[in-house]
Design a protein around this ligand. Structure first.
Ligand code: ADP
Ligand code: TRP
Length: 328
């Protein structure tokens, strides 16, 4: 039977990069073939850091557009904006009353912010409770996450267990997590892991010219031309590998026989990136011309997600001792 896979993505000013695509988003697109895929834009969570209404709105729409461009199919994946389903706030309160402050005080994000002396809002402190509500409202089986989010899923299970115990009823399903097993650790321009925080990314939707400049800047060593190169330690080759195919075998051969220099390898890389990503980049341009469609997808997704969340909340309210909610 298909599993319900759920994931949230916090909107920000940064656009998707090659690391996100090969490390995470591509798997979601594949999962929609066989699983029950639920993906939402975590704009309530973004409010912990973004306090400009126009920006928050545009970041949320941009990330939805990027996911659709990457191939999420609204027929097979429920895609919505977190803030369009107010039930998660209702569940956040119910869970808050089953969550010891001491649990939240152990959260890495809260500890890091307070260690820096930053002013910590209640929103940031309660971030893990809202995240638990996101997951539990939709009765998710599996939550694929990056390493940094594992603690939040463990806390989610703690909260669900405690809530169920207090109510004497298994109303909330305990989710499992899976750390995204990246097909590859995609290296950035400087050879470290490609990451927004290192400023070493190749953006999925950057113009051709900008991508070309960046590819030519990829850091390599100073092996002279005509000398064999080691494909296994070369960052340019690691990027070639992502696109596979017969051209890769040929390139490996050229590397080990000293028939190619790094400059030429970079020149060959650019068209492979542009060709490999062409369908995604084309869809992105089309969708940008049809933002009403993106809004329609999000609205429809919210209606579908809300049905599930409402059913969970009705069960939770009853189990916790509240009357049936008034029908809206
Ligand atoms: P960033 O490091 O750019 O902030 P995120 O932490 O937002 O990226 O990552 C979102 C998802 O993309 C995570 O699931 C993460 O595992 C994946 N990812 C990010 N960068 C890479 C990379 N360089 N190689 C493989 N996967 C990556
Ligand atoms: N906290 C996650 C992040 O920063 C985003 C997120 C919010 C999320 N709610 C979620 C992820 C629920 C998975 C499930 O990346």
């Amino acid at each position: 039977m298909a599993k319900r896979i759920l994931s949230g993505v916090k909107p920000s000013a940064d656009m998707m990069h090659l690391g996100n695509w090969f490390g995470a988003v591509r798997q979601f697109v594949e999962l929609q073939e066989t699983e029950d895929n639920y993906i939402f834009i975590a704009d309530f969570h973004a409010l912990t850091t973004v306090h400009d209404a126009g920006l928050l709105r545009s970041y949320a729409r941009e990330i939805a557009l990027e996911y659709l461009a990457c191939g999420l199919d609204p027929q097979r994946t429920v895609l919505w904006r977190q803030s369009d389903v107010p039930e998660v706030c209702e569940l956040t309160w119910l869970l808050s009353c089953a969550t010891p402050m001491a649990l939240l005080e152990r959260a890495h994000a809260y500890k890091a912010a307070s260690a820096e002396g930053a002013e910590v809002s209640m929103g940031l402190f309660c971030y893990p409770v809202l995240m638990a509500a996101d997951i539990l409202a939709y009765q998710a089986d599996l939550v694929p996450v990056g390493e940094d989010q594992v603690q939040h899923i463990e806390m989610t299970r703690d909260m669900a267990e405690k809530f169920n115990r207090q109510c004497g009823s298994e109303v909330l399903k305990l989710p499992a997590h899976r750390v995204n097993q990246a097909v590859a650790r995609v290296p950035g321009l400087d050879g470290r892991k490609m990451s927004k925080s290192y400023g070493n990314t190749l953006g999925l939707f950057e113009p051709d010219g900008a991508l070309k400049k960046k590819v030519m800047r990829i850091v390599t060593d100073s092996t002279p031309l005509g000398t064999p190169l080691d494909p296994e330690t070369c960052h340019v080759f690691a990027l070639h590998k992502l696109f596979g195919g017969a051209a890769l075998d040929e390139l490996r051969d050229d590397y080990v026989h000293g028939r190619i220099g790094y400059g030429e390898s970079k020149k060959r890389l650019l068209p492979r990136i542009l060709e490999g990503l062409a369908p995604i980049r084309e869809r992105y341009e089309q969708l940008r011309q049809d933002l009403d469609y993106v809004e329609d997808v999000l609205r429809d997704g919210a209606a579908r997600a809300r049905l599930v969340a409402r059913a969970t909340l009705d069960a939770c309210r009853l189990a916790a001792g509240f009357a049936d909610p008034p029908r809206r």
